[in-house]
Ligand binder design. Structure first.
Ligand code: SF4
Ligand code: SF4
Length: 221
């Protein structure tokens, strides 16, 4: 399953973000942030303790099921009295959650986490980024392995000169992305794809800010 991977900001940064805001309501997320141990029930409780120790009034807290989903609106409604007594809501969720919840309240929504990447869980507690949503997918030429994401330099035309015995020069514990691509293409009998030269990446195809209208209903569905 795809997850939004987060890391908690330093307490110093959180303190600076909350300057002149004394009455704080805390929101965690029951999905990705709980899995990353950055914004589940335990982390919300710990954050409340730290804020109280720093002399702030914690008006209440909640862990909503999915902070980035509009369904969180119902959970937030249940604590609207406590939020109305607050000067800010400190949110222990990814940036999607912060922006979703921020649109549901009038007071400032302050992020307590940094959103690192959208990742896939590869094992217990191990997450890997699999796509940067570059807008120009070349997976069809690279054996289904993304060099934009899995090569430290994002190289799309084979390995750099630093690859050694199949390992990456930047992270010697990691297989070079292009070694993995070579092996996969070899298994598939498609090594000829390695000879294809990809033009410099066209960054204009990446939608930023991303916005697209899907023509729902125009096919008769
Ligand atoms: S090339 Fe890589 S980063 Fe770009 S869309 Fe495909 S998987 Fe995502
Ligand atoms: S060694 Fe391989 S994975 Fe590492 S930066 Fe060079 S090409 Fe990319």
């Amino acid at each position: 399953m795809i997850r939004s991977i987060t890391r908690q900001k330093s307490q110093e940064e959180i303190t600076a973000l909350l300057s002149q805001l004394d009455r704080i309501f805390i929101v965690g997320c029951g999905t990705c942030a709980t899995l990353c141990r950055t914004g589940g029930a335990q982390e919300v409780e710990e954050m409340a303790r730290r804020l109280r120790e720093a002399g702030r009034l914690v008006t209440g807290s909640i862990v909503v099921p999915v902070a980035c989903d509009e369904i969180s609106h119902e959970a937030m409604e249940q604590v609207s009295d406590q939020i109305s007594q607050s000067q800010a809501v400190l949110i222990l969720a990814c940036a999607f959650g912060v922006q979703t919840l921020g649109r549901q309240i009038q007071i400032p929504a302050i992020p307590a986490l940094d959103t690192l990447f959208i990742g896939k869980e590869r094992g217990v507690g191990l997450f890997e980024e699999i796509c940067t949503q570059c807008g120009d997918c070349i997976l069809g030429e690279t054996g289904g392995i993304c060099p934009v994401t899995s090569c430290h330099k994002g190289l799309v035309n084979g390995p750099c000169g630093g690859t050694r015995e199949g390992k990456c020069e930047i992270d010697p514990d990691k297989d070079c992305a292009w070694t993995v691509i070579y092996q996969r293409l070899k298994e598939q009998g498609r090594l000829d794809r390695m000879r294809k030269l990809h033009p410099p990446r066209n960054h204009q195809v990446s939608l930023s800010p991303g916005k697209i209208r899907i023509p729902v209903g125009e096919r008769g569905d």
